[in-house]
Design a protein around this ligand. Structure first.
Ligand code: NAP
Length: 240
């Protein structure tokens, strides 16, 4: 089969469409016939030579993909050949086929194309693990998302609305219309206004029950001022 491989560290021109070995499928894995792969900053970092794949992962990039199940390991239950899926990967998604731990595979919802689904796992798992599992955002609570127009931010806004929470976001003004379409109660232009004042005013002094911040450490003291009593701050490490 073929995969997008990295000839040497560098710009996009170092990517090549190469023959690579067919992946072996372990007992706890499924083999996915890849339809599409997401492009993440980490893939770009890998191409530049700053993000070595973890031990055991293919040398070529690809941290998420979508496709159809082509084979199922002997110990796997719950997946069948032909299922439409997307998956979070340690690498190797830029290929015609990839073998992945069955626990990292998600069904593609009806009405979602395989191309769109390829961009779901990274943001979905990151937002769910931080905002859902750790910060425990629940229905009726206020979420403030910094960088609302980002990949992480746009997913977090939709996730909050889907569970009945009330999302607000910081973003440049040019992104506010889109953010309103995605479900924010209001968006704050961080280049022109103070988000602490804005969230306090918008929530009648309550503040944010949960803040999701992927902006590095710069907002830390201001975030604390913007939190409601018993509020939770989820910080995603910044990767330069
Ligand atoms: N994407 C993923 O799946 C993923 C997974 C794990 C971790 N992460 C981490 O999460 C972070 C975000 O990744 P991403 O891919 O979602 O980012 P992205 O799509 O590249 O967007 C970055 C955003 O930051 C906003 N921004 C910049 N300065 C800001 C400020 N001072 N205040 C508020 N917003 C500001 C920009 O919005 P404006 O245009 O409005 O300035 C832009 O929308 C990174 O640290 C990444 O390593 C991402």
């Amino acid at each position: 089969m073929r995969a997008v491989t990295i000839r040497e560290s560098g710009g996009p021109d170092v990517l090549e469409w190469s023959e690579v070995p067919e992946p072996a499928v372990a007992g706890d894995e499924v083999l996915i016939e890849v339809a599409a792969a997401g492009v993440n900053r980490a893939d770009v970092q890998q191409r530049k030579g700053f993000y070595p794949p973890p031990p055991g992962a293919p040398e070529y990039p690809g941290l998420e993909c979508s496709g159809t199940v082509a084979a199922v390991g002997v110990d796997v239950t719950g997946w069948s050949v032909g299922d439409r899926v997307c998956a979070l990967l340690p690498g190797g998604g830029y290929a015609e086929r990839v073998a992945v731990d069955a626990r990292s595979v998600l069904p593609v919802p009806d009405g979602v194309s395989l191309v769109d689904a390829a961009g779901l796992p990274e943001v979905a798992c990151t937002v769910w693990s931080n905002v859902g599992m750790v910060a425990r955002l629940s229905a009726g609570e206020v979420l403030l998302v910094h960088g609302g127009g980002s990949g992480i931010g746009t997913f977090a806004v939709q996730f909050a609305r889907a569970i009945g929470a009330v999302p607000y976001a910081t973003a440049r003004a040019a992104k506010h219309d889109t953010l309103r379409e995605l479900g924010v109660e209001a968006a704050f232009d961080y280049t022109a206004t103070d988000f602490v004042d804005e969230i306090m005013s918008a929530t009648d002094g309550h503040g944010a029950d949960v803040i999701l911040d992927h902006m590095g450490a710069g907002y830390l003291p201001r975030n604390v001022q913007a939190l409601a009593r018993n509020g939770r701050l989820a910080v995603i490490g910044f990767q330069g």
